[in-house]
Structure formats: structure tokens, C-alpha cells
Design a protein around this ligand. Structure first.
Ligand code: MN
Length: 482
């Protein structure tokens, strides 16, 4: 918990997040129109999405399944009966004049997720609900100097609105919650979590209070589209509220907007209460009734989620909670590590993956998915080191070659004749040659044992760096000290 220091003492920040997560589905929530990102404006619009008179919505079973899957991943209660309501408001990009959403009876009820804090500990954050709703279209203000265009491609796309409890107490905790939520939906395959493409957007409810006192009035910062901006918006807004209250003012409940360019929040409109939307059950849709068998069937297909995978990595591979947390955060990274570590020395695998491998990805600005080095190949590199084919230095060299060529290290070893020389006979011959050619250095070594390294260097050089360093050391010791 981080408190804000004001003139009248310390203030506590109270945060709740509402996340709109776009459902991974080929079709929209109530129509068969496609949902591909980046399509030309108004090319993915059915008559239902354009709200032509007399059109009727038909629920997309795939979206229902995805919402249930997400609810289960959030350890939440699945409501077997839920209701779609109309949330009425006027906007140019909302041709229906209402959004079909869920109000009193959402498809998913209370749940809970555990987030990893920077301090190393964990904290449970409550989920209040998850409901299904339609996205609206998009107003394009930058296409014409005096007119606004409307793109209805997003109109009707299925969203899951995931509402947290006001359980977070700092910008870092909010960021940790969002990171965990994104990780879970990605593992589940229910939302791609790409905030820069708008498939995950966050509304942040911020209020401040003196520690231990009642909740203060909150402001809602709408549609923040990156985790960094969420943190910045919270930090600015909490401080603003403290200054208003300490200056003798009052916080008014309102919707605010975060401007990353100026790093400030600005008032956009006074906040509507639920009754302003005149919610009522959509007469075009029956209540959504699920069977327990349907829910259980989805539960049976849930993948291993981040928490379970973290626990397994700690138990099976002996990883520290920190290393395990880093490796499971992204599904692809976790799968990659699993492949590298399975059946091998896990400590060596962690060192290689979190060391040279992550450094290589960083340098290239690449993700695990488009890494030039495959997991199988990285595992084989460890094998080649373990069986003595490669020295540590040769393995580093080969790693670079693997990055450049994308080839299997076993193939590269053959191609480049990189086999380490462990044959003690050959090493001894090389060592004797160096000793015989340098009697002066041998004499110097007798007086100053620090010279030993020079002999090692010479033997490595004469064997083209392929000699096993341990064998070279042992052989030289034996010959020089004889
Ligand atoms: Mn919503």
C-alpha cells in the first residue's frame, strides 16, 4: 500500500477497475458479421449491426462459451440464468439508440484473482461480476476538416466487461491486476489482450480517503489503453483529488479522460447514474439459460492457468517464486520454458532462458513467438553442453550462430566442426608441444605459478578453442608439476 502525503496528513487511494475485453470470436455477439481487426471501415457490418428496422439479434453461442470460460478462469460463480438488458443512450456511432448489455443478472458473478506484487508478495483482488455486451461503432474525427465519419465495424462486437472490487490501493497494484487479468484471458484464449489494438480497455475508478475512514467520492477515468497510462492516470488523479479536498473543495462524481501527452486527467461529463440509462430487459432476447453440464463441459477443457503453472514450475523444476512468476506471465514464454527444461537440468535451463535468451529477444525487440531460436533447439544446446560436446564458451558461440541461422545446434556443430576435444591423448600432445617450445616460460612458471593461465591459453589456441578446458587444466597441471 502506498499512501499519498498531503498537507493534512496521509491519504489512501482506493481503486476499482472496469475492463472491457473483446471476446475472441469469428462473429459478433448478435450477428454473423466478421470481427477481423484492421478491416476497411464499414466492411464488417450486417443489417443487425447497422440497426436496420425489424432486424433481430440472435445470440452467438461461441461468445457465451468464452464468457463462461473466462468466468471459470477468474474463479467466479457462473450464473445459469442471465438477462440481456437495453442500456439506452444516444450517440452517433450507436445506431440502435441502446447498447445490449447485462445489468442486474450478469452471466458471471463474484470471483477472485491473485496478483503478484512488486514487493514479492501476492494479494487477492475481488471480481464483482463479468457481463456480456455489445461494442459500439467508432466516430472518426480526423478524416475530414468539418465532418465526423462513423465506422460500424466494431458495432456489435462481443465484449466482456469485467468489474473488480475496489480492492486496489496503489497504481502498482492496479497495474499488477491488469497484467494478471490479461495473462489469464490470454491463457484461456478468450481475449487477445492487445491493448494497443483496443481489444482490452480499462476504466479506472479513483477515490481518496483518510486511512480507515469511509469511501470518498470517485471519479471514473474512461478508456485508458495501456498499463503504463493506467499507472500515470491514477497517480495524477489521486494527487488532484487530494489537492481539491485539502484546498477546501469537493470531489464531484464525474467521468474524466486521461491525456497522455500532457499527463493529466480532464473532466469530460458529469457521471450518469444507472437510472439515466433506463435499463430494461431486451424484449428481443429471452433470458439466457445454461445447464450445469454445459458449464462443466467447459470447465473440463480449461488449460493450466498461470497460478497452477507457477506452482508446478516451483515444485517440478525447483524454481524460485520470482523466476517462476517471470516465466509464466506470458503463455508462450511458459510453454517455451517447459520445452527447454523438460527432462533437463532446470537450473541451467532457467539461466539460459532468462539470461542469454531474454537478452537476445530484448536486443531484437522480438517476442518468444517470433524468436529465431526454437525451444527444441535451445534444449539441444543444453544437451550438447551436458554431454561434453561443447564447452561453455563454445555454447555461447553456437548460441550466436543459432540466432543468426535459426538452425539446430547439432547441425551447426557438424557444419562447423565445433566438437569439443575431450580426447586426453590429443590434449596431452598439444600441451607437451607448448611446454617443449617454451622452456623459458616453464622456468618462469616454476617461480611464479600465476603463469599457469598463459599455458592454458596457448593450448586452447593451438586446438582452435575446441579443447575441453577442464581436461586442459588437468593435463597441464600434471605435466608442469611433474
Ligand atoms: Mn460497458
Amino acid at each position: 500500500m502506498s499512501l499519498i502525503k498531503g498537507e493534512t496528513g496521509e491519504w489512501e487511494v482506493v481503486l476499482g477497475l472496469e475492463v472491457h475485453a473483446q471476446v475472441i470470436s469469428d462473429a459478433k455477439l448478435f450477428s454473423g458479421a466478421p470481427t477481423t481487426f484492421g478491416a476497411d471501415p464499414n466492411t464488417q457490418v450486417s443489417l443487425v449491426d447497422a440497426a436496420m428496422p425489424g432486424m433481430l439479434p440472435v445470440i452467438n453461442a461461441r461468445c457465451v462459451e468464452q464468457a463462461v470460460r473466462t468466468g471459470l478462469g477468474l474463479n467466479a460463480k457462473i450464473n445459469l440464468r442471465s438477462v440481456f438488458d437495453r442500456k439506452n443512450y444516444f450517440y452517433a456511432d450507436l445506431p440502435q439508440g441502446y447498447q445490449i448489455s447485462q445489468y442486474k443478472d450478469p452471466i458471471v458473478g463474484e470471483g477472485e484473482i491473485e496478483v503478484d506484487l512488486e514487493s514479492g508478495g501476492t494479494k487477492k483482488i475481488g471480481i464483482e461480476r463479468l457481463h456480456l455486451e455489445q461494442d459500439a461503432g467508432k466516430s472518426l474525427h480526423d478524416q475530414h476538416p468539418s465532418q465526423t465519419y462513423v465506422d460500424l465495424n466494431r458495432s456489435g462486437v462481443a465484449l466482456m466487461e469485467i468489474v473488480s472490487r475496489p480492492d486496489m490501493r496503489s497504481a502498482d497494484e492496479a497495474a499488477a491486476y491488469l497484467t494478471k487479468l490479461r495473462s489469464i484471458v490470454r491463457y484461456l484464449g478468450t481475449c487477445d489482450g492487445n491493448m494497443d489494438e483496443g481489444s482490452m480497455r480499462c476504466d479506472v475508478n479513483v477515490s481518496v480517503r483518510k486511512p480507515g475512514s469511509e469511501l470518498g467520492t470517485r471519479c471514473e477515468i474512461k478508456n485508458v489503453n495501456s498499463i503504463r497510462f493506467v499507472k500515470q492516470a491514477i497517480e495524477y488523479e489521486a494527487r488532484r483529488q487530494v489537492e481539491v479536498i485539502e484546498g477546501g473543495g469537493k470531489i464531484v462524481q464525474e467521468t474524466r479522460h486521461y491525456d497522455p501527452g500532457r499527463n493529466e486527467t480532464r473532466s469530460s461529463r458529469s457521471k450518469e447514474d444507472a437510472h439515466d440509462y433506463r435499463y430494461f430487459p431486451d424484449p428481443d432476447l429471452l433470458p439466457l439459460v445454461l445447464t450445469q453440464e454445459f458449464v462443466d463441459g467447459i470447465r473440463a477443457t480449461l488449460p493450466e492457468l498461470p497460478d497452477a503453472r507457477k506452482a508446478r514450475f516451483i515444485k517440478d523444476y525447483g524454481l524460485t517464486p520470482y523466476d517462476a512468476g517471470v516465466l509464466v506471465a506470458e503463455k508462450e514464454t511458459a510453454a517455451f520454458f517447459d520445452t527447454v527444461a523438460k527432462g533437463r537440468d532446470a537450473k541451467e535451463a532457467v539461466k539460459l532462458v532468462t539470461g542469454d535468451f531474454f537478452a537476445m529477444l530484448n536486443r531484437r525487440g522480438a517476442s518468444v513467438a517470433d524468436s529465431p531460436i526454437k525451444a527444441e533447439h535451445l534444449g539441444r544446446l543444453l544437451d550438447l553442453q551436458a554431454d561434453g560436446t561443447l564447452s561453455g564458451r563454445m555454447a555461447k558461440e553456437l548460441f550466436v550462430a543459432m540466432e543468426e541461422t535459426g538452425k539446430d545446434p547439432a547441425v551447426l556443430v557438424e557444419e562447423r566442426g565445433m566438437k569439443q576435444v575431450t580426447d586426453t591423448g590429443a590434449i596431452e600432445t598439444a600441451a607437451r608441444a607448448v611446454i617443449d617450445a617454451n622452456p623459458d616460460k616453464v622456468a618462469a612458471y616454476k617461480a611464479k605459478p600465476g603463469m599457469f593461465g598463459w599455458f592454458v591459453g596457448q593450448v586452447m589456441k593451438s586446438t582452435g578453442g575446441k579443447a575441453n578446458p577442464k581436461a586442459v587444466n588437468e593435463t597441464l597441471k600434471k605435466l608442469l608439476d611433474a
